[in-house]
Ligand binder design. Structure first.
Ligand code: PLP
Length: 402
């Protein structure tokens, strides 16, 4: 699905030198590489603060701790996502409130949010799934109207850009009073029309898991915010709730990016834009070769967001049940990996069934779980490889007589 080895070979000198430097100065934790990375990523994203942490799941948990979300608070999230988003909500004693997704962009269906907002609702966690932004205009409108925090799960969409259509002043008029000493939904309204994913809401979170668009060589994650006080608090929580060593003002966690991972990320960040371009090129080839096939639905581009193609996810259009799984197996036999992100919707997972006490249906998500198929996409794809994959995929589909 990805080719991290070829990618490494091209930047070997920078990566090796960075890692060697960490070993030479032996500051494996809190080395100078971390601050450099945080500053460079902040510049790339045009956000005031980047705080590195141990992984993307921690980043979500720390975001919720920093916003003082308390047991019983209801947190809105899409039902079609990676489990981490829901897991941290449940771990903190918060209540995940699941919302169905859009059939074509796979992101949370913003038309279905308002009916689920209650007096206990405190936050919305949009997930910018597969590499493009959720409808953030609508998310921010709802957040301002109902005084909710927004935590953007940007683990799959680092670098994507969203065009806000709502003007700052309009949003200010619609918004109500602040709900926290640290941050009010109105205090950091988007000042720019064009903003990076993860910098629009109160906090953005991301992951540097090796296969993510900006991946390190182990685990890593980060949080972004434009709020000074919130940034301070996040930094404290990441470091055992302390601002001064051995003085603990908050309950925190131990969650840090290590210096070797920061060195790898420092070597890779300058290439992130070209990685995004390479992924888009591959996606365009796929679009061209698969777009006209009657049994394939190619991924829809949200016109308001750029796409960084963490995944290129098609849907198999067929009345036959389980056909997607057969296609996946056939492709595997031909030596072509494909993946199903995600095979089971959150509300169908044993761990989360209890949170769907009303036994609601999420038909779009359930359907996607049966039809989606993610094809290989990464920074080293050539047109030849894409052609080979498409030729085989079309053959396999023709043979299975949909
Ligand atoms: C990868 C991912 C995470 C978790 O990141 P880790 O670094 O693996 O903890 C969270 N949310 C989404 C949407 C992801 O894809």
């Amino acid at each position: 699905m990805v080719d991290l080895k070829s990618q490494y070979i091209k930047i070997k000198a920078e990566v090796d030198a960075g890692i060697q430097e960490v070993i030479n100065n032996t500051q494996f934790i809190k080395g100078p590489q971390i601050k450099v990375f945080e500053e460079n990523l902040a510049t790339y994203l045009n956000v005031k603060h980047v705080i590195a942490c141990a992984n993307g799941t921690d980043a979500l948990q720390i975001a919720m701790m920093a916003l003082d979300l308390k047991p019983g608070d209801e947190i809105i999230l899409p039902v079609f996502t990676y489990v981490a988003t829901a897991e941290v909500i449940a771990l903190l004693g918060l209540t995940p409130v699941m919302i169905d997704v859009e059939p074509d962009t796979f992101c949370i269906d913003t038309n279905k949010i308002e009916q689920k907002i209650t007096s206990k609702t405190k936050a919305i966690v949009p997930v910018h799934l597969f590499g493009q932004c959720t409808n953030m205009d609508e998310i921010m409108r709802l957040a301002h109207k109902h005084n909710l925090y927004v935590i953007e799960d940007t683990a799959q969409a680092l670098g994507a850009t969203y065009e806000m259509s709502t003007e700052r002043e309009e949003m200010r008029e619609r918004s109500s009073s602040p709900i926290s000493q640290f941050t009010s939904p109105i205090s950091h309204l988007p000042t720019l029309k064009s903003q990076k994913a993860g910098t629009i809401g109160n906090i953005g979170t991301t992951s540097f898991f090796p296969s993510k668009n900006l991946g390190c060589y182990g685990d890593g994650g980060a949080l972004f915010t434009n709020e000074d006080e919130l940034a301070k608090k996040i930094r404290m929580i990441c470091n055992h709730g302390q601002s001064v060593q051995y003085v603990h003002d908050l309950i925190g966690v131990n969650s840090r990016l290590d210096s070797i991972q920061a060195a790898v990320l420092n070597a890779k960040l300058p290439h992130l834009k070209s990685y995004e371009i390479a992924r888009n090129e591959a996606a365009n080839w796929y679009d061209e070769l698969l777009g006209n096939h009657p049994n394939i639905i190619i991924p829809k581009r949200n016109p308001k967001s750029t796409h960084v193609f963490h995944q290129y996810t098609i849907q198999i259009r067929s009345p036959k049940f389980e056909i997607r799984n057969l296609i996946k197996e056939e492709m595997q036999k031909r030596g072509i990996p494909t993946m199903v992100y995600y095979p089971i919707s959150l509300h169908q997972q044993n761990a989360f069934k209890a949170f769907n006490s009303l036994n609601e249906d999420f038909p779009v998500s359930d359907n996607l779980c049966q039809t989606v198929l993610s094809l290989p996409i990464h920074t080293e794809m050539t047109k030849k490889v894409v052609e080979y994959i498409c030729k085989n995929l079309i053959e396999v589909i023709e043979k299975s007589n949909l």
